[in-house]
Design a protein around this ligand. Structure first.
Ligand SMILES: *Cc1c(COP(=O)(O)O)cnc(C)c1O
Length: 450
């Protein structure tokens, strides 16, 4: 076969040296995922393809659970649905012992449909419609209140149902990180949280029994969690002393980082991301040093990303290559930011299915969208890739299969590689029917073109 012509170009070739940020060049190969060849996966399920590893997911959960449960006697995990609410992923984590943490009526309904009882659901989020709140109350869900209007809504519901309702309140606070998230819950330092507690107590219809705080996401600072716990324990005792109530749980939310590489951070995740032990230690040590003897309120964690991100891979295929005017090698692949939302934040690991000869050069990888922002990787050192080359992006398990969008393309299949190597489809690739199902064409607009 004739090689395609390409205009000659002089480029500096970098070989296996390191700079202070680590290896600048290294070919990363991934011929398989948990023993299943990439080529098998693509020939059976197509490309692009999301692949989740059941083994990695369960292992990660168990590791993190152990880090906390060996340091504090009353630990409980609740799966953050919005991080990944595919039924199969949720079912695995529920099997492992997690309850469900939901932030909308949609997520609430999805958890219930999957078989999670209301009493095993934590309902967070700033927008809880009254009908959803009422259902959650009747089914025994744990509700963390976001604002004063929600206090009034719940009081109305308590009145209507004729019984009192156990609730928690969401707090926001200064823990030394910036930007500080202030939009969720009641602010601690301004006294707003205390006002909320007073209002709840004086209303006499709600029973304040827990405190919740979700600091942010992809936080790299264990000390921020220690600070949050310190302030939550102080506040819990202040409430207990002043109002004679009992704070039964402290919910520290999620926000723990995964081993992903944030844009703008050049150090590898192994160096830049503190190990999860550091977070567990910061949280549990602070708890044990601040709590009164023999007081062990339930510690709830709603960690999403740190559990699921590294269990997810995306297989893509090179469709075309071109040189940009400045000489940069670029590739068009079949997966863009339509399905890889987190490409806006991360420089993913990009691996080749098999070794490809030739000098590596920094490349940019574009998705299939007709938009300039559709860049899924920049500055990746890659050898000259023929059409049809498979690239594997990771970690992509968090926030992509919930935030993906149907924009000019169908969403691809998602498969799960089981612990015995069995592969199951957990979400089928979309078809035209999925997209047009909800559309209605008024009779007068039916086209009679022939
Ligand atoms: C999003 C969210 C989580 C999970 O956050 P991660 O960064 O995925 O760990 C937990 N709790 C609440 C209230 C959230 O909104």
């Amino acid at each position: 076969m004739k090689e395609p012509y390409e205009k000659p170009l002089i480029k500096k070739v970098q070989v296996g040296l390191s700079n202070k940020f680590g290896s600048v060049y290294g070919r990363h190969l991934r011929p398989e995922i948990d023993g299943v060849p990439i080529s098998d996966l693509v020939s059976r399920f197509g490309s692009p393809l999301f692949v989740f590893s059941e083994r990695r997911l369960r292992e990660k959960y168990r590791q993190i659970y152990q880090m906390f449960s060996t340091r504090y006697p009353n630990v409980h995990f609740s799966w953050s649905y919005k991080t990944n609410y595919l039924d199969a992923i949720c079912a695995i984590l529920h099997q492992e012992g997690e309850t469900a943490e939901v932030v909308s009526e949609f997520e609430y309904e999805k958890a219930r449909r999957l078989g999670v009882p209301g009493s095993e659901i934590i309902f967070n989020g700033p927008y809880k419609p009254i009908s959803a709140l009422k259902r959650a109350v009747q089914e025994g869900a744990l509700i963390n209140i976001d604002h004063f209007d929600e206090i009034y809504d719940l009081e109305d519901i308590a009145e209507e149902l004729g019984n009192s309702i156990k609730v928690g309140i969401r707090l926001n606070m200064d823990t030394g990180i910036s930007p500080q998230w202030t939009r969720f819950g009641f602010n601690l330092e301004s006294g707003q949280a205390l006002d909320a507690a007073k209002r709840i107590v004086s209303g006499g219809k709600l029973i304040l029994s827990g405190l919740h705080c979700h600091l942010g996401t992809f936080l790299l600072e264990p000390r921020a969690y220690a600070k949050a716990i310190e302030k939550m324990v102080d506040f819990a005792y202040e409430l207990e002393d002043n109002f004679g109530l009992k704070i039964e749980y402290l919910d520290i939310g999620g926000g723990f980082p995964s081993r992903n590489r944030l844009k703008g951070i050049y150090l590898s995740p192994e160096i830049a991301v503190p190990p999860m032990e550091d977070f567990a230690e910061a949280i549990c040590d602070t708890l044990l040093s601040k709590l009164k003897p023999n007081d062990f309120p339930k510690l709830i964690l709603e960690t999403g990303r740190a559990i699921v991100d590294e269990a997810g891979f995306l297989i893509t295929t090179v469709h075309a290559s071109k040189r940009l005017p400045d000489g940069t090698r670029s590739y068009v692949v079949d997966a863009g930011v339509n399905i890889l939302f987190t490409a806006f934040w991360y420089n993913f690991k990009v691996e080749l299915e098999e070794d490809i000869p030739g000098p590596a050069e920094p490349c940019i990888i574009y998705g299939p969208l007709c938009m300039n922002i559709d860049v899924v990787a920049e500055n990746v050192q890659l050898p000259p890739l023929p059409r049809g080359t498979r690239l594997i992006f990771s970690p992509v398990g968090a926030y992509n299969v919930t935030q993906w969008m149907q924009f000019i393309r169908y969403r691809p299949a998602v498969v799960l590689v089981g612990e015995d190597g069995q592969v199951d489809v957990i979400r089928e690739a979309e078809t035209l029917d999925d997209v047009i199902n909800r559309e209605r064409l008024p009779e007068r607009l039916v086209l009679k073109m022939s």
